[in-house]
Design a binder for this molecule. Structure first.
Ligand code: SF4
Length: 235
């Protein structure tokens, strides 16, 4: 099964409002009004220039493992391989917030508007990550996900999955349909895009200790927050 989808920019902006609030300066800070204005300006730019789209396509676990081991550059132990042992179904996916808003960010930096560029970069990143979550939700509904199951996205370039895995992923998914491509370094264009695999599995399969090779240099521990989110809102 293959599905493409679009999300209205204002709807996506609303979905990332909580993350955007984390960008605000503390109450009482002399910068509070300035930062709030920057965030509002970035939101307006996003609404006017974003074109959020996504695509996902089901894939068998056997076919995915061929893609996953593609160029052989992965760590010797990775959390995704452990999650896959209990996976119910998978889909390759790519999502983007579009070329125009992605291109606006370097334009702002080039123009010396560093604060504006930084805030728009953050807003677009939140929105691209939210698009991945929306793809996960759509895949879960299509698969009639059970109450004890959850879908999480896993991406090349993270958690021991070498970024070179993008080549095999893109060859199979062909997300040019939504305007997403990779270059020779496996960097995506538009830059504010996310790709990877959506894994439907029992919620507990997504829960693991951060004790893999990749975890020794990790500063985010994102996996723990993602798993906790599934436990709070299963399905
Ligand atoms: S600790 Fe970091 S590198 Fe390790 S699985 Fe979690 S997010 Fe990935």
């Amino acid at each position: 099964m293959r599905q493409t989808f679009e999300v209205a920019p204002p709807e996506l902006l609303t979905a990332v409002a909580r993350s955007m609030r984390n960008l605000e300066a503390k109450d009482g800070s002399p910068m509070a009004d300035r930062v709030r204005g920057l965030i509002e300006g970035a939101g307006e730019t996003f609404v006017h220039s974003a074109r959020p789209q996504g695509v996902w396509e089901s894939i068998s676990i056997a076919d995915f493992l061929t893609i996953y081991h593609g160029d052989g550059g992965n760590d010797r132990d990775t959390p995704l391989e452990v999650v896959l042992e209990d996976a119910v179904s998978l889909a390759l996916f790519a999502v983007t917030v579009g070329a125009e808003v992605s291109g606006r960010i370097p334009q702002l930096f080039d123009a010396g508007e560093m604060a504006e560029g930084y805030i728009l970069d953050q807003v677009a990143s939140f929105a691209a990550d939210e698009m991945a979550q929306i793809a996960a939700g759509r895949f879960g509904r299509a698969e009639q996900q059970g109450p004890d199951q959850g879908v999480l996205p896993y991406s090349p370039g993270y958690c021991g999955w070498n970024v070179s895995g993008q080549r095999a992923l893109f060859a199979r998914l062909e997300p040019t349909q939504i305007g997403v491509t990779i270059n020779d370094s496996c960097l995506m264009s538009p830059i504010k895009s996310v790709s990877g695999v959506l894994v439907l599995a029992p919620i507990e399969a997504h829960v693991f200790s951060p004790a893999f090779t990749c975890c020794s240099t990790c500063t985010t521990l994102d996996c723990q927050e993602r798993a906790a989110g599934l436990r709070v809102m299963p399905g």
